[in-house]
Structure formats: structure tokens, C-alpha cells
Design a protein around this ligand. Structure first.
Ligand code: ZN
Length: 267
């Protein structure tokens, strides 16, 4: 341990609106607060989660911020009326806990999603949600698997004024730098705890510290050594420790900078 409890952390991506977290919300919160995780961003994946997310964050406003959006993995089920509903919620003035549009993006990792018709629908829903982010002056939380080049070309066409984050980044230094040049942050997750993830570990070690955020992607993406188990927000500490071994800055500097970057992005 490296004296981490004196730092504050922001888990910038955790699906705590899923089981098992919702079964015992007070305990879920206790566990991550005790580990030093002071804030958690919960991004939505489908329309049927929107109201639940608003309720969760309204009951725990000091620990949870939320993002609403339509995730590319569920592209088959999304409809234009889901987008209308999203916009209705964004228009509602007292929904100030909505700090971003997400989780949105592109996925070509699963074969059926990369078929022409569905991939076109993914691009269409992504573009519409990027434009919506600008209409409501919000940043975006982006998912990208095997689609960095297509995503980059779209982000060059549609400038999101508040920027956003490429969540759970996995890729090369060059790709990360291209996203950063466009004003995006890089979400650092459990992948850097895996010794074999050389390309991503190298990229994260060389990126500007101000471009990094930390995230668990709970309940998915377990850290190394916990494969097959439910990932939880408190595991962010292990990702932070792995990050410290990759970076030259002292732990204190890393923790403080990332806390500030996270709060600035989702203010
Ligand atoms: Zn996610």
C-alpha cells in the first residue's frame, strides 16, 4: 500500500445501476467511500435505465453523478423515440445531476454489430447524441472497440464543445494522442493491471497526466488477479496503484491531478 487513503478518487465509469450493486445500495456506497472513492459516474446503456438512474443519483447526490445515453452494444433495441425521451429528460431543468451524454459510441468487436446495416445505425445514433451533447452543453462518454479510426473521423467532423472521455481505452499511443488532440480524455481502466497489455500500458505511461481519468467499468473488466469476479468501484485503488508504477510522477501528484481533471470534466 502506498498511503492511498489520504487521496480522493473519482470512479468515472461504473454501472452501479446493475446487480449486485442495486441489491444493497448503502453497503455498495460504504465500501467504496471507505476505500477513498468519493465520486462515481454511472453511465446509462438503454432508455429503460434512465429513470432509475435519475432516482439513484437524486437519492445519493453527494456520491453519484450520471450520464444518459444509448450504448452501441444495444443498438438493435434503440429507437428514435428513445432519443426523443433522452432529449425530454435533458430539457428538464431539475435534472442537474446529468453531467454527460453516455455511454455512447461504436462497437465492431461483436461480429453482428459490424454488419453494414447495424453499423450504419450505430453511426447515426452516435452522431445524433454528439449533436445533443452540444445542444445541452455536456461532455460525452465514448465506448470504442475496434472502431478508433471511424470514431476519430466522426469526432473530427462533429466538434463536441465540452469534449469527453474515451472510456476503457485500449490502443496505441498514437491513437490516444489523436483523441487528446481533439480535446478528449483517456479513461484508464483495469487493462493496465494486466502484464500482457503492453501496448496500452506503454501508451498510458507516456500520455500527458492531465489527459487521464480513472475508471473501473464495474461490474465488468475485473483487474488482474480477480478475473471471473464482480468488479467493484473500490478496485479503482488497484488501477491507481498500477498507474503509479507506470508513471514517473509521485503518487500524490497523480491522484490530485486526476481528481481535478475528473471534476472539471463532469462539473
Ligand atoms: Zn460501460
Amino acid at each position: 500500500m502506498i498511503g492511498i487513503s489520504k487521496y480522493q478518487f473519482y470512479d468515472t465509469h461504473a454501472h452501479l445501476d446493475f446487480e449486485p450493486f442495486t441489491d444493497d445500495m448503502p453497503r455498495t456506497i460504504d465500501l467504496f467511500l471507505n476505500a477513498g472513492i468519493k465520486q462515481v459516474m454511472i453511465p446509462a446503456v438503454t432508455r429503460d435505465k434512465f429513470d432509475r438512474l435519475i432516482n439513484i443519483s437524486a437519492s445519493n447526490p453527494n456520491v453519484y453523478t450520471i450520464a444518459l445515453g444509448l450504448h452501441p452494444l444495444y443498438i438493435q433495441s434503440h429507437t428514435l423515440s428513445d432519443l426523443d425521451y433522452l432529449e425530454t429528460l435533458l430539457c428538464t431543468k431539475d435534472n442537474s445531476q446529468i453531467k454527460a451524454i453516455g455511454e455512447i459510441g461504436l462497437d465492431a468487436f461483436l461480429m453482428h454489430l459490424s454488419e453494414e446495416k447495424l453499423f450504419k445505425k450505430q453511426i447515426d445514433f452516435l452522431q445524433k447524441q454528439l449533436e445533443m451533447a452540444n445542444r445541452y452543453n455536456l461532455p460525452v462518454i465514448l465506448h470504442s472497440r475496434r472502431t478508433h479510426h471511424v470514431l476519430l473521423s466522426i469526432l473530427k467532423k462533429i466538434t463536441v464543445h465540452r469534449g469527453g472521455v474515451i472510456h476503457g481505452f485500449s490502443g496505441s499511443l498514437e491513437q490516444a494522442l489523436e483523441f487528446i488532440k481533439l480535446g478528449y480524455k483517456i479513461g484508464v481502466g483495469g487493462i493496465i493491471t494486466y502484464p500482457r497489455a503492453n501496448k496500452s500500458r506503454l501508451a498510458i505511461s507516456k500520455l500527458p497526466l492531465e489527459s487521464l481519468l480513472l475508471e473501473t467499468d464495474s461490474p465488468d473488466m475485473p483487474v488482474y488477479g480477480r478475473q471471473g469476479k464482480v468488479n467493484r468501484s473500490e478496485c479503482l485503488i488497484e488501477i491507481f496503484q498500477a498507474l503509479c508504477t507506470l508513471r514517473e510522477e509521485p503518487a500524490k501528484v497523480i491522484a490530485e491531478q486526476i481528481w481535478e481533471t475528473s471534476n472539471t470534466l463532469f462539473h
